[in-house]
Design a protein around this ligand. Structure first.
Ligand SMILES: [Fe+2]
Ligand SMILES: [Fe+2]
Ligand SMILES: [Fe+2]
Ligand SMILES: [Fe+2]
Length: 422
């Protein structure tokens, strides 16, 4: 499948930023600003084109483990009298999980330990006590961007702000930052470059400053990318911690059942993985509410489908995925959201995604309910079909496929079906 990995990650960063804002109070646009800063500094250091593409991608993903870490910490608190992780443990854990998560992604250059060491200080006082000479250059550059963006407002392009940033970098050279990275920063970021960080300029800069483009990725590589994104989304709230992955897997199984070709099947898996990406932009007080939502809260929750559309809509060559993903709450009788589409507008793929999402949501356990059995779920779905919401013929197929494969602990189903496919 042809994808532009960086474009997907830039789009996904909207959701990651929203999570980082909620957990750490970092201003929206953080990940893209670090990507832009990394490109500027990386060029001054002499990174190759492929390394620049990768460092931009890694900048977006530097805190990919934040939602997962948050869940881990909640578990920890449960068994430790409400005590949270220490700041150093926070550093070590989110770097470690983040490194593991990105290991299987299809990057172009050697990126070993880039995420693992993105909080190391040049003098060896960081979480893993690595001095600059033992820290990958990409980690050092991301660390610099991260520190600057969390200490200064890069949306202020004034001379005074630039001066203050330069003073900060100089004062911390040899301690937080290596002379190599600090010098590259002062060479690369002048008054003109401060404009790059503005919301109106940053997308253009990320696109034009490095030559990333669509490349052919194997189904397994796309699978790995989709699974990582699904995990990030799912960990936002542990009441739904397998939901996106469950939808992706079942969407893939149904795609194979419907004889979609291999390319379309992997695209459908990706759409399933991303269908709730908009939930990253919904605050946890609503996502994690340990009870049913009030009408007002439900109204806010419903926005997630529109956010999914906003995040995916501009991805070149992925219009089908954006559509399959963001229409999963549309109903045949026009009562769904976010666009109130009806039968004439909804293709088989969209109708199927809706059914898979509902099937997954009903069968999985939530805080306020046990998972329904396969039989109960199918009955409820037929009820929805009778009201004109769902496509009855698709429910029949979902019933046929999952009747015997319902158990969550059946990881081999996809494998079996995929083996059938080749
Ligand atoms: Fe971090
Ligand atoms: Fe950060
Ligand atoms: Fe949804
Ligand atoms: Fe969903």
């Amino acid at each position: 499948m042809k994808i532009d990995l960086n474009e997907i990650l830039y789009a996904f960063s909207l959701g990651l930023d929203a999570a980082e804002y909620e957990f750490l109070g970092v201003t929206p646009g953080h990940a893209k600003r670090i990507a832009a800063m990394s490109i500027l500094v990386g060029k001054a250091i002499g990174l190759s084109d492929n390394e620049l593409i990768d460092i931009a991608a890694y900048s977006i993903l530097h805190d990919n483990a934040l939602t997962e870490f948050n869940q881990e910490e909640l578990e920890y608190m449960k068994y430790n009298g409400g005590r949270t992780y220490s700041p150093i443990d926070f550093m070590i854990r989110h770097c470690t999980i983040g490194e593991i998560n990105t290991k299987l992604l299809p990057f172009r250059t050697n990126n070993r330990d880039v995420i693992l060491y993105h909080h190391e200080n040049a003098d060896g006082t960081g979480p893993f006590r690595k001095v600059a000479q033992r820290t990958p250059i990409k980690s050092q550059i991301i660390h610099l961007g991260d520190m600057i963006d969390t200490h200064f407002n890069l949306l202020d392009p004034s001379e005074g702000n630039l001066q203050a940033i330069n003073d900060y970098v100089r004062a911390n050279t040899g301690t937080l930052f290596s002379p190599e990275v600090a010098n590259a920063f002062s060479k690369a970021v002048k008054k003109k470059q401060m404009k790059v960080f503005q919301f109106t300029n940053i997308d253009g800069f990320l696109r034009s400053s490095i030559k990333h483009h669509q490349d052919e990725y194997t189904p397994q590589e796309v699978h790995n990318l989709a699974t990582l994104m699904a995990r990030i989304i799912d960990f936002k709230s542990h009441y739904t911690c397998k939901h996106s992955l469950g939808v992706a897997t079942k969407a893939e199984i149904m795609a194979i059942h419907y004889n979609f070709n291999q390319e379309k099947t992997i695209r459908y898996y990706l759409a399933g993985a991303l269908h709730d990406v908009g939930k990253l932009m919904i605050q946890n007080s609503i996502l994690k509410k340990p009870a049913r939502l009030t009408d007002e809260e439900f109204l806010i929750m419903k926005n997630h489908a529109h956010y999914t559309f906003e995040i995916l809509r501009n991805l070149k060559g992925m219009q089908d995925i954006a559509t399959w993903a963001s229409h999963h709450h549309e109903k045949l009788n026009g009562t769904g959201y976010p666009f109130g589409l009806s039968a004439k507008d909804l293709s088989l793929e969209e109708r199927l995604m809706t059914c898979v999402d509902i099937y997954q949501a009903l069968t999985e356990e939530r805080f306020y309910k046990e998972g329904f059995s396969h039989q109960q779920t199918i009955q409820m779905m037929y009820e929805m079909a009778r009201k004109g919401e769902l496509d009855e013929s698709i429910i029949e197929e979902v019933n046929a496929v999952f009747r015997f494969y319902h158990l969550e602990s059946q990881p081999s189903v996809t494998e079996i079906l995929r083996a059938d496919m080749v």
